[in-house]
Design a protein around this ligand. Structure first.
Ligand code: ATP
Ligand code: MG
Length: 559
């Protein structure tokens, strides 16, 4: 797979849209455009699904068409109502609306059964007594043709009778199947008499115990598209080899025939986009659930603080292509930052507090300083931030023995406190045992109120800070990639993907922050109030850092 270098701001000229424009020009399908998003409710949606959602709903909106939400619920042993509900929530969250077009493949079970009977009557389907293992062994390989089932030449009457009895529950699970009679020597293995129905006694989340035979995905999928009058059936590349089978079913049944168009699925670096693997992480308790903020699920990134606009933007930037590629996660993070930069108010919070005493500041004085809410958007106004004799700064922002490239606070050094004053370090207090700094002493220059010196003298660093007596305490959760390597197949979990910091200090304006509210903590990144935050215990999730790794990736590619 190659690296994806696309940085285009619009995907609105991709090959799928070209096909649709041409179909509209020639009046195909009476100039209708009707797409669908067809998830199987066997897990939560991930960011790869977001690409498909944006594509299908996006195309419908652009071409005055319609997009259905259809659950491909043909496998009752893996499907659950919880998944159905989460998928609906996620599609809505992304900003899309299926209006009254919510469908289930299971709504068509009766029709699918009728169609299967028609195929039997035409001599195009037969009941097969081979077991699943035997069917696999008879199938042949890419280089060798398959072997015909001993039941392939059963009479139409016998097939009709057996299929009816399969439905009636006369045979045990797995003892018989209904198979399409196509060609055991086909170069395309999908065409070697594929199974259409199997016997399975499993309660279905919608049809209950009404059925004990269930249609296979390939049979059900193309018929569902046909029934719904889908014009452009957009799917990922792995279904290209299944298209001849869909064509065969629809032609033999002589029913409406949607056009299938395949595109490359989204692969993201440093994560996995496969429900099967994500279920593994949940079941093995490697994460707290499907909505763990480290998960690449829609529920996870929502909890993490990503915005729907950022995800839509990302999907537009990556575009759609015919060739597989891996997109760098840095691009997704870039899109999140880009969106939050405009919309999230800036505040000050200190993750690892170091106490600062301003020795020449009056003991009981406190003043309110003006701070800008978002320099990108003056309309977001100003706020007041309290200043007093005792403050907190980041432990990282002060060193007793600063290394060469360290320009922040150190004994004898002056820095700016954002929106406040210049301060100069006059002494440090250390833990006798560990040698760690536990408190520092500074003087402030009253002439520098607001952060500028009248004599124009310069400082090399501007630090964020909070006033100790006014600060609110918060827990902050920092996230890193779930996987260590870019290789998405590797199970190399990053054991340091979550760091909880319990007693961070934040400016008092954050006291009543509502769940889901997003902020930029100056110099630290974008954060959102976690769903488990409460009035008594403020909790923030870090959505993304401020470091633009995407710029670095791009720069590397240019060189
Ligand atoms: P997974 O491989 O994660 O289990 P899936 O393809 O089995 O996914 P479905 O519920 O069948 O999951 O997917 C619904 C739709 O989303 C399908 O049309 C599928 O092609 C599309 N889709 C799934 N994964 C991706 C992806 N990574 N990129 C783009 N589209 C995807
Ligand atoms: Mg699938």
């Amino acid at each position: 797979m190659e690296k994806d270098t696309s940085t285009t701001d619009s995907s609105r000229a991709d090959f799928i849209r070209e096909i649709i424009k041409e179909d509209l020009r020639t009046g195909k399908n009476d100039s209708r455009v009707h797409t669908r998003f067809p998830p199987e409710p066997n897990g939560y949606l991930h960011i790869g699904h977001a690409k498909s959602i944006c594509l299908n709903f996006g195309i419908a909106a652009e071409f005055n068409g319609l997009c259905n939400l259809r659950f491909d619920d043909t496998n009752p042993s893996k499907e659950e109502v919880e998944y159905v509900e989460s998928i609906k929530e996620d599609v809505r969250w992304l900003g899309f609306d299926w209006q009254d077009r919510l469908y289930y493949a299971s709504d068509y079970f009766e029709q699918m059964y009728e169609y299967a009977v028609q195929l039997i009557q035409k001599g195009k389907a037969y009941v097969c007594d081979l077991s699943a293992d035997e069917i696999r062994n008879y199938r042949g390989t890419l280089t060798e043709p398959g072997q015909e089932s001993p039941n392939r030449s059963r009479s139409v009457e016998e097939n009709l009778d057996l299929f009816k009895r399969m439905r009636a529950g006369e045979f045990p699970d797995g003892s018989r199947t209904l198979r399409a009679k196509i060609d055991m020597a086909s170069g395309n293995i999908n065409m070697r008499d594929p199974v259409m129905y199997r016997i399975l006694r499993a309660e279905h989340h919608r049809t209950g115990n009404k059925w004990c035979i269930y249609p296979m995905y390939d049979y059900a999928h193309c018929i569902s598209d046909s029934i719904e009058g889908i014009t452009h059936s957009i799917c990922t590349l792995e279904f290209e080899d299944h298209r001849p089978l869909y064509d065969w079913f629809l032609n033999e049944l002589n029913i409406y025939h949607p056009q299938q168009i395949e595109f490359a699925r989204l692969n993201l670096s440093r994560t996995v986009l496969s429900k099967r693997k994500l279920i593994g992480l949940v079941n093995e308790k490697q994460v707290t659930g499907w909505d763990d903020p480290r998960m690449p699920t829609i529920a996870g990134i929502r909890r993490r603080g990503y915005t729907p606009a950022a995800v839509r933007n990302f999907c537009e930037r990556i575009g759609v292509a015919k060739r597989d590629s891996v997109v760098d996660t840095a691009l997704l993070e870039y899109c999140v930052r880009e969106d939050l930069n405009k919309s999230a108010p800036r505040v000050m919070a200190v993750l690892r507090p170091l106490k600062v005493v301003i020795t020449n500041y009056p003991d009981n004085k406190a003043e309110e300083l003006e701070a800008v809410n978002n320099p990108e958007d003056p309309g977001m106004g100003m706020r007041k931030v309290p200043f007093s004799k005792t403050l907190y700064i980041e432990q990282d922002d002060c060193r007793e023995d600063p290394p060469k490239q360290f320009f922040r606070l150190a004994p004898g050094r002056e820095v700016r406190l954002r929106y406040a004053y210049f301060i100069k370090c006059t002494g440090v207090v250390k833990d006798e045992k560990t040698g760690e700094l536990i408190e520092i002493h500074c003087t402030y220059d009253p002439e520098t109120r607001g952060g500028d010196a009248p004599d124009k003298r310069k400082v090399k660093a501007t630090l964020h800070w909070v006033s100790a007596p006014h600060a609110v305490t918060a827990e902050v959760r920092l996230y890193d990639h779930l996987f260590l390597k870019t290789d998405t197949d590797s199970a190399d979990l990053n054991s340091n993907s979550l760091e909880k910091i319990k007693s961070c200090k934040a400016e008092p304006s954050l006291a009543g922050a509502k769940t889901g509210a997003r902020f930029q903590f100056e110099r630290l990144g974008y954060f959102c109030v976690a769903p488990d935050s409460s009035a008594g215990k403020l909790v923030f999730n870090r959505t993304v850092t401020l470091k633009d790794e995407w710029a670095k990736v791009q720069k590397g590619q240019k060189q």
